[in-house]
Design a protein around this ligand. Structure first.
Ligand code: WT7
Length: 666
């Protein structure tokens, strides 16, 4: 597939492309171990045919596993791109995650084992969690939050974060969680787009052995009336660091929540009522508020969680993501709790205080299913297998991967050193927008190939098409599309129906376009090839090149900036910046670092360019479009180990030559 063929802009990540080609010769296959297959939740291949023959019947059966106040009238109402699932039905997500398990006598079952980075531990049963959520829900009401009001959550990975999310769901107040690593400015923009009435936060959290601040960025976001919708701020004391509490606005969690009544009647929500917004990066500088609604989302996440992770009553399931991302929403919180499973939540980094931290957790809690990202696996590879080898990992029976294509070396390492060569691996492809897993093995049925997400989940109709929307023959690359609706699909971009249509539904009318390149092999297996738009994947997190460019250009001394993703052995991709300074500003290594900090302050540390290259010019097409492909070549060709690189004459030459070539191209 020609790079940037149809869009005329981005292309799949270099390196990813190479990996995919190398994979064409990937011949190792891993059939489900017979013992595993015999016991698997999905152990009948007929599940695929059933879902294909009767999509609505398949999902209705899954929906019937939930508790409904009022049954639905109609499974699906599909007017592309508008889907309504389970219309006429009424239910409550927190009721399904909590009350019904307690009512069924499972109140003493552990909902999650939580561990803070400093080593503090809390065990929460379903009955306790129900009480905690009820108290928090009543506290939110006491602070003036009503059904339909949006609540922003900006917290460390502590149990109160899960409690706050479920409390929102209980009273029908959609949450919008902002990852704690985002800056004050990023938080402010999201609060304002969502017009949140309340912010739930903490004084700070622990990361890499140090307390980080969260209340201070909240104060900065709200300063000078910048967020007029916000009336109150609820603050958990986590680290004990000094914070300023604004009179009449800020309330301590410990002053308000524990004194509330634990009983709180769950709101009867309509199937299509908004459950939450989650902001993600697109091709422009403005993040998109992805809309997820109540019934379809819960049906999608609970079904996929159960089948893909083969969840049994005695499993200890650990999704090692942050609740701040969609992986946390769907597979730490809603899917697992709807299924009544026991989870592990860990606040901190995998190498604190030492690189065996995760394996210590797996051993202590006897984790049986582990779900993480390729970037984490590569970090463990770098630290070496000796850390895992010190621990008894025999409780593990299934491993998962998500966030970016997993390179076969990492797959094999994970399989060997963590899975003891006995655990199947599920490489799950999905997105914030899809809400739930779309392409993945079913571990008792699917023979896996390292590096391939394998086949669509039952009922998911995925295809690979060319620029004109025609299916490409097996063995060829193209654009991934989804042809049929699915229950957990996004219902829109908050407040921007035009952008919703334009981004996902306009390239191939009636088909969903996720923005990924893909290839299908002779067996019909899908190999994901990275983004085909101006979106980067850094450590499994999405960053917009345009958003980072805007952050750079917002600096007084910067005239113009271009950002591209370059392959990185650890993070998958990393942002590389090319910067033209205004007249009079002097490029220097120190200034490069200054600009990196500027981006961290604007968006968050995750968006910091790995390299900043100062250049007198940028290669552009005649129509003024920056030739990113060329910049990627330049960025990838240099030693990128250092953080700041001053362009030398040859780079300038290269950029100039290439620029001329680019003009010829147009
Ligand atoms: C993008 C979505 C889904 C939760 C984490 C990221 C890439 C995700 C895989 C995978 C290849 C993957 C895609 C996708 N991606 N999982 N298993 N194999 N690529 O959610 O931030 O919405 O990012 O991540 O490019 O479009 P997200």
């Amino acid at each position: 597939m020609a790079e940037g063929q149809a869009t005329g802009r981005g292309a799949m990540a270099p390196g990813t492309e190479y990996t995919i080609e190398a994979l064409a010769s990937e011949e190792r296959t891993f059939p489900p171990p017979p013992g595993f297959a015999a016991q698997a939740v999905a152990n009948d291949r007929g599940i695929y045919a059933r879902a294909e023959a009767d999509l609505e019947g398949f999902w209705a059966e899954e929906a019937a596993r939930l508790d409904w106040f009022t049954p639905w009238d109609r499974v699906l109402d599909w007017n592309p791109p508008d889907a309504r699932w389970f219309d006429g039905g009424e239910l409550n997500v927190s009721y399904n995650c909590l009350d019904r398990h307690v009512a069924a006598g499972r109140g003493d079952k552990v909902a999650f084992y939580w561990e803070g980075e400093p080593g503090d531990q809390r065990v929460t049963t379903y009955a306790q969690l129900l009480d905690d959520v009820g108290r928090c829900a009543n506290a939110l009401k006491a602070l003036g939050v009503r059904r339909g009001d949006r609540v922003a959550i900006y917290m460390p990975m502590i149990p109160e974060m899960a409690v706050a999310m479920l409390a929102c769901a209980r009273i029908g107040a959609p949450h919008t969680v902002v990852f704690g690593g985002f800056s004050a400015e990023a938080l402010r923009d999201r609060i304002n787009d969502a017009e949140a009435k309340l912010v739930v936060t903490a004084d700070g959290g622990y990361r890499r052995g140090k307390p980080s601040g969260l209340k201070a960025p909240v104060d900065a976001a709200l300063a000078d009336g910048a967020c007029p919708s916000v009336e109150k701020v609820l603050v958990v004391r986590r680290t004990g660091q000094d914070v300023t509490m604004a009179d009449g606005r800020d309330v301590w969690w410990h002053d308000l929540v524990p004194g509330q009544d634990a009983a709180c009647e769950p709101e009867r929500m309509a199937s299509e009522d908004l459950l939450y917004l989650l902001y993600t990066s697109g091709t422009t500088a403005k993040p998109k508020g992805i809309v997820h609604t109540t019934a379809g989302y819960l049906v999608g996440v609970s079904a996929t969680h159960r089948y893909v992770f083969d969840i049994k009553d005695d499993d200890v399931y650990w999704c090692a993501a942050d609740l701040g991302w969609v992986t946390g929403h769907s597979y730490i919180l809603y899917g697992p709790l709807a299924n009544g499973s026991t989870g592990v939540m860990y606040e901190g980094t995998p190498d604190h205080p030492a690189p065996n931290r995760w394996w210590d957790i797996v051993e202590r809690y006897k984790v049986s299913v582990l779900y993480t990202a390729p970037t984490a696996i590569r970090a463990h590879m770098k630290w070496g297998p000796q850390h895992a080898a010190k621990h008894d990992l025999s409780s593990l029976r299934l491993l998962g991967s998500v966030g970016e294509p997993i390179n076969p070396e990492a797959w094999i390492w994970y399989h060997r050193h963590i899975g003891g060569e006995r655990c199947p691996i599920v490489d799950t492809w999905w997105q914030t927008e899809t809400g739930a897993i779309m392409i993945s093995p079913l571990p008792g049925l699917t023979t896996t190939k390292p590096g391939s997400a394998t086949v669509p989940f039952p009922g998911v109709d995925a295809d690979v098409v060319d620029a004109d929307g025609h299916s490409v023959p097996k063995g060829q690359g193209g654009y991934l599309v989804l042809r049929k609706p699915w229950p957990s699909m996004l219902r829109g971009i908050y407040g921007d129906p035009e952008r919703f249509r334009e981004t996902y539904w306009s390239r191939y009318p009636g088909l969903y376009f996720p923005g990924d390149g893909a290839k299908r092999d002779e067996d019909g297996y899908f190999w994901l090839m990275g983004r085909v738009d101006d979106v980067m994947n850094v450590s499994g997190h999405r960053l917009s090149t345009t958003e980072i460019e805007s952050a750079l250009v917002s600096h007084d001394a910067v005239a113009e900036a271009a950002v591209v993703g370059v392959a990185d052995p650890l993070t998958g991709e990393a942002p590389a910046a090319f910067v033209i300074l205004k007249l009079g500003a002097e490029p220097s290594p120190g200034f490069g670092e200054h600009l990196r900090q500027h981006v961290a302050a604007k968006i968050g540390p995750i968006a910091k360019p790995k390299t900043v290259m100062f250049t007198p010019d940028l290669p552009k097409t005649r129509s003024g479009k920056i030739m990113r492909r060329l910049l990627r070549d330049i960025a990838a060709g240099r030693a990128l180990g250092d953080t700041t690189t001053l362009a030398d004459a040859t780079v300038v030459e290269q950029i100039r030559d290439a620029s001329a070539a680019g003009k010829d191209e147009e």
